[in-house]
Every structure is written in C-alpha cells, then in structure tokens.
Design a protein around this ligand. Structure first.
Ligand code: ADQ
Length: 447
C-alpha cells in the first residue's frame, strides 16, 4: 500500500493531533502510525469570497495535514444548510424538520468539487483514499472526474434510512449514483447496510454495502479514567454528591441525542419513585454544536426551559435534581466522571453508533461498575444487549430503567458490565479502521 489519504469535512486542530479526541481520530491515529499519510479537509477557518482557496500543509509526527479555508457563504450553504439542516435530520429519520433549497445543493457540489480540485494534485498513483461522512458523498465521483484511479473508500458515520425516507431527499438518486464511484461503501450497522442496499435495489443497481461498526480505544480511555480519578475536579464532584447516586449524560447538544426525552424520563423517575428524591443527582453535559442552525437554537431554548422547570418543581433547599452544563468538559475529566457515575443515560432517538456508551463502559471499575441505559435506536445497541435497553419515546420505560439501575445488585451490575466490556474490547477503533482498509484493498475496482 502507498500512502493513506484521509478526507473529512474538518481536519482536527493541532492540539487534537497530539491528543486525539473522538473515536474517529483515535482509530485513524493508530492506522496512520507507521504509514505515510495525508489528512485533507476544511481548516475550520473562513476566508473572503475573492481569495483563492489554496491548500496549507503541515506535517506532524509523519502525518501531513492539508487544509483549505471555506468562504462564509460556502460554510452556510454546504455545511449548515445542506449537510446539517437536510442530510443530518433526514438520515436520522426526521423528514419533518428538513429544509431544502437548490442553491444549497449547488453549494454542496461546489465544495466537493473544490475539495477534489485541491486534493487531486496532491495525490500519487498508489495512494489509498478514505473519505468520511455525509458532507462528502459526491467527492469520490469528483475525484474520478479528475482522473484519480486509485482505491477510494467511503464511510458513513450517521445512520442510513430506508428508501421510503431516503426518497424524501430531492436529489437522493443523484447522490446515491455518485457513491458508485467508491470501491467500498461502509456504514455502521447491518440495518444501515440493508437500508442502503435496498435503495440501490429500488434504483435497479447492484451495489454491495458493508457494515463496519466503529469502536473506541477502550484501554486508553480506561487508563484516562483511572489516572484522573484523584484529580481535584473529580474530587469536587464526588464531595458535592454527599453520597447521592450520580446519573450522567454526555452529548453534543443535538436533537438526535434525545435530551428532552431523557429529561422527561428522569422527571418520571422522581414522580413515580419518590424514594429517589434527594438521593440522586443527574449531571448532563451538553455543549452546543452547530449553533448557526435554527433547529439547534430552538432545542437549546427548550432544554434551558425544561431543566429550569424540573429543577424548580422538584428541588429542595439543599438539593438540585439536575446539573446542566453547556460548557465543554475536557476529555480526561469526562473519563473520570464516567468512572464515578452509577448510571449513564444514553437515549438517542437515532444514532449512527454512539461512542459515549462505549466510553462509559470502558471507564468503569470492575469492583463497582455503573449501569448503562441505552436507547434501542443507537447503532451500538445491537452489540450491547447487556445494557438496559429503552425506547426513548417511552418516558415511563426510562423511569423504570433508571429505578432498576439505581437498585441493581453488585453481582448483577458486574455480570452485565463484564459482557459489555468484552464487546467494547473486541470492536475497537483500531480494529474498525483495519477491517475497513483491508476490505478496501481487497475490493474490486468500482464500476
Ligand atoms: P457524534 O454524533 O459526535 O458522532 P458520539 O459518537 O456519541 O456522537 O460522540 C463522539 C465523541 O465526542 C465521543 O468521543 C464523546 O466522548 C465526545 N463528546 C460527546 N459529548 C461530549 C461533551 N459533552 N464533551 C466532551 N466530549 C464529548 C458521530 C455519529 C455517531 C458515531 C460517531 C463516530 O453521530 O453516531 O458514533 O460519529 O462514528
């Protein structure tokens, strides 16, 4: 194999290059180690319309980071509108909240063409290219049009809906046809693979789609949780609990994560199981994301209001049921907070995988593990049957699961956790990347 070329909408910042943040970065960091590689994408910076969008290259620890700036108009139409106000909600089974404009589609293709224009001259014949996620569906086709003949793979990190939902996208067939330029199309789960395969069937095309469930670096995360458990910030949290049980939620502030449903479920616990009043604290960490998109601003307002309502209704002079943080918490503290928690509440309405569920499991202490409550609709759910699986739309089911988790015996917690830990240890981020790349290498060239 020649060089490995990673393409994603955003390229991680210099800080993250040294300390990888998410599963994607961790997995890829392992893969790029020892292999000559280049990571191409948006710098995160804006530029003027009139300025040529040239590539800036920086090599750190053998990996070349090649980035371009986007104009504000490109960012708005390609990223905020088309990617995050159309594809994201639709692929998360939410056709009711999508917004479509032809100008946004044009901008989406425009940025994919710009990526292809800037990336193609940097490529060598024997490079292997791995394109990531819904922002870059037509990039493979754009690269082929510029004469790129090497292996190109694509991985979709978000769910893939069935044709009945997919067809709501006015350009669905066009985008799906564009994906044929890839030698390998990977998705998170078997359900996603079936759905995308069905879309091709309806279009009369024969296209294989494979599931590659993403994982985390469980040993690394466990070590972070252990190493930082004695940190003063963690001690502050522990002491503030005064022996109360800790329920934790960690998410980007996003409507797909089921945050409102989770709060309703927690309130139902307080109402239906009053023995937990003053005996639990729910810490929800949810830093805002995609703040330029109207649906995210609306969710933020709703969450602020609902947290205030529940706290106002159930709090006592010396107890607040929910601690709601919208500021980001550093990763090493998150790991230790997970280890401290008795229960994790992970309730997405849809999620490609959900790495937080896996991180919670990795962070636990074998001697006293916490309980994972997980939505059926997370891509992680099929492989985590030992979690307490819930339908997040059923408020009482969340309350029942919370009560069960809070009262579960140590032996039952250990049994469930050991099975979950084995699964998380098997399907790591590094394994995911290796499996994808070896399948890509072995794949027949795209037709
Ligand atoms: P996300 O939607 O971002 O990812 P998720 O997989 O849960 O969702 O989290 C990604 C990472 O961000 C995790 O490592 C997590 O610890 C971190 N993170 C989340 N909330 C945080 C917070 N409040 N503070 C600090 N860090 C936080 C998309 C898809 C997922 C898929 C991943 C990877 O939507 O379904 O699992 O890509 O493929």
């Amino acid at each position: 194999m020649g060089r490995l070329i990673i393409v994603s909408n955003r390229v991680p910042s210099p800080h993250e290059r040294v300390q990888p943040a998410g599963g994607l970065t961790v997995g890829l960091a392992d893969v790029v180690r020892g292999v000559e590689s280049l990571w191409f994408g948006w710098s995160g910076q804006h530029t003027e319309e009139a300025v040529a969008q040239e590539v800036t290259c920086e090599t750190v620890a053998g990996v070349t980071y090649a980035t371009i700036d986007l104009t504000s108009a490109q960012h708005e139409r390609y990223y905020e509108h088309f990617s995050n106000d159309l594809i994201w909600p639709l692929f998360h089974y939410r056709p009711g909240i999508i917004t479509y404009h032809r100008q946004d589609l044009a901008a989406y293709y425009g940025v994919n063409d710009l990526f292809a224009d800037r990336l193609a001259p940097l490529l060598r014949r024997d490079d292997t290219i791995w394109v990531h996620d819904y922002h870059l569906i037509p990039l493979g086709q754009a690269l082929r049009a510029r004469g790129v003949a090497g292996k190109i793979g694509f991985f979709l990190h978000i769910p893939c809906p069935p044709w009945s939902v997919m067809r709501v996208l006015p350009c669905a067939e066009e985008l799906l046809r564009a994906m044929v330029a890839y030698d390998l199309i990977g998705v998170q789960t078997e359900e996603d693979a079936r759905n995308l395969g069905e879309c091709y069937e309806v279009m009369g095309m024969d296209r294989t789609v494979r599931a590659f469930p993403i994982g985390i670096d469980p040993r690394g995360f466990e070590q972070e949780a252990k190493d930082n458990f004695g940190d003063p910030e963690v001690r502050r949290l522990r002491e503030s609990l005064r022996g109360r049980k800790l329920i934790i939620g960690v998410d980007r502030l996003d409507y797909s994560k089921g945050l409102l449903e989770r709060l309703h479920g927690y309130e139902a616990l307080l109402k239906r199981f009053p023995e937990h009043l003053r005996g639990v604290v729910f810490v929800q960490i949810a830093p805002p994301s995609r703040e330029g998109v109207a649906n995210y601003q609306a969710l933020r307002r709703e969450l602020d209001e609902l947290v205030g309502f529940i706290n106002g209704k159930h709090a006592d002079f010396d107890w607040t049921p929910i601690r709601y943080l919208t500021q980001p918490v550093p990763r090493h503290l998150l790991a230790a907070f997970h280890r401290l928690a008795d229960v994790a509440l992970v309730t997405p309405l849809r999620d490609g995988m959900n790495l937080v569920a896996k991180e919670f499991v990795a962070a636990q202490d074998d001697a006293d593990p916490g309980v994972l409550i997980l939505s059926h609709f997370a891509g992680a759910a099929p492989d985590m049957p030992e979690a307490l699986l819930v339908n997040p739309y059923d408020t009482d089911e969340i309350a029942d699961a919370l009560h069960q988790a809070l009262t579960m015996s140590l032996v039952a917690r250990q049994n469930r956790w050991r099975a979950l830990r084995a699964e998380v240890g098997l399907n790591t981020a590094a394994e995911w990347a290796k499996r994808f790349l070896s399948t890509l290498e072995a794949s027949a060239p795209s037709s």
